[in-house]
Write a protein that binds this ligand. Structure first.
Ligand SMILES: NC(=O)c1ccc[n+]([C@@H]2O[C@H](COP(=O)([O-])OP(=O)(O)OC[C@H]3O[C@@H](n4cnc5c(N)ncnc54)[C@H](O)[C@@H]3O)[C@@H](O)[C@H]2O)c1
Length: 356
């Protein structure tokens, strides 16, 4: 069964969802954006109707679900309105700008029985899916490293005069306005989610973060996380190096896990060119003494995620991922930030039932 959706937020990321939804035959009935030019252009490409008012989308009885791809600070209101209107929700990450808002959203979805997903699409990268399947073959997990080292240009030597990295005196930078934070929020949120997905909830965090003078966003965040599956080091870095990483394109994002019976290493490829660049998985198995490289064809994880979410929405069933995913990531990011600011290790106060 196919479904009818409204897209709320027609900026950069919306096209990845639009393409994914088209591939599985979901009907996009509405393109909604406060910016009329953005909604008109998206509507023209998809055959949807354009509007600036999300309430018009929610009032349409033919709409089964909304895909919320606005800037993160708008997610709370949009998610709560969609839940109240009885629509299923796929919301871009980060779910909110803080864990309190994320908690309020997910509690409302739980109470209403809404099929609700935060789209951390990297869970659907084939190399990550295979790594998750292979986890039981590692034996007892000893330790892990996760990193998102992303090429943001040289923001380290001088403040840019314009663009996302410019913080006006006393004002707010573009990166904070659009995404709610610096590299920890933008890139670190994905690897924080993958820690939760593969290794479970950390109980404590000890972190360090670099926010240069005159800026309102971090360029580096590193944390030591304690989990039931051993210690995890997490590092998110916005760097000026153009050729590092396994594809030589400046993108160096990895998950490395060592256990008593083997290791797993995922090297994920640049997120906005998923049709051309595939991620890599290497599994070392102590039983055979061999390392196996798992190579996959390039494929959009947005499309794979949307296909899985839409199947659940059509079945009115929350199977592929918990409602709590977005809250958990926001709670972990907040703990890392709190630790970095205080210079102390912090216990993480999970305010929802544990999910796998
Ligand atoms: N999964 C990923 O790898 C990834 C990558 C980049 C961005 N994102 C996330 O996607 C979301 C959007 O990011 P983007 O880069 O597309 O931002 P963007 O600024 O390009 O687009 C957001 C759009 O939302 C619109 N908007 C804001 N408030 C609205 C409202 N109340 N109603 C209707 N439209 C509204 C804006 O006018 C804008 O056109 C953010 O949550 C961001 O964190 C995810």
């Amino acid at each position: 069964m196919s479904i009818t959706v409204g897209i709320i937020g027609c900026g950069n990321i919306a096209r990845f969802h639009g393409d994914g939804l088209a591939r599985i035959g979901a009907r996009v009935a509405w393109a909604c954006d406060l910016d009329a030019a953005a909604s008109a252009s998206f509507a023209q490409r998809t055959g949807a109707r354009a509007t600036a008012d999300h309430r018009q989308v929610l009032a349409d009885p033919t709409v089964d679900a909304v895909v919320i791809t606005t800037v993160s600070r708008a997610h709370r209101v949009l998610c709560l309105d969609a839940i109240a209107a009885g629509k299923a929700v796929i919301c871009e990450k980060t779910l909110a700008e803080n864990p309190d808002d994320a908690l309020a959203i997910v509690r409302a979805a739980e109470a209403a029985g809404t099929v609700f997903f935060t789209s951390y699409m990297k869970r659907f990268i084939p190399a990550v899916e295979r790594a998750k399947e292979l986890m039981p073959r590692l034996g007892r997990i000893i330790a892990s490293n996760v990193r998102a080292w992303q090429p943001w240009g040289d923001l380290w030597t001088a403040m840019p005069e314009s663009g996302l990295g410019h913080t006006p005196p006393g004002g707010v930078s573009g990166v904070v306005r659009a995404y709610g934070g610096g590299v920890l929020t933008c890139g670190g949120s994905h690897i924080a989610d993958l820690v939760l997905h593969l290794l479970g909830r950390p109980t404590r965090a000890y972190a360090s973060m670099t926010v240069l003078s005159g800026r309102d966003y971090d360029l580096q965040a590193t944390a030591l996380l304690e989990t039931a599956n051993g210690p995890v080091t997490l590092s998110a870095i916005a760097h000026p190096l153009s050729r590092i990483g396994f594809l030589g394109d400046g993108w160096d994002e990895r998950i490395e896990i060592i256990g008593t019976r083997g290791t797993l290493e995922v090297r994920s490829s640049l997120w906005d060119d998923p049709e051309h660049k595939a991620s890599l998985l290497v599994h070392y198995d102590e039983a055979t003494g061999t390392s196996t490289e798992h190579r996959f064809r390039p494929e959009s994880p947005f499309a794979r995620a949307d296909a899985a979410f839409v199947a659940d929405i059509a079945a009115r069933s929350q199977r592929v991922q918990s409602r709590w995913t977005g809250y958990e990531a926001d709670e972990l990011l907040a703990a890392i930030t709190r630790s970095a600011r205080s210079g102390q290790a912090v216990a993480i106060d999970w305010r929802s039932p544990a999910v796998s």
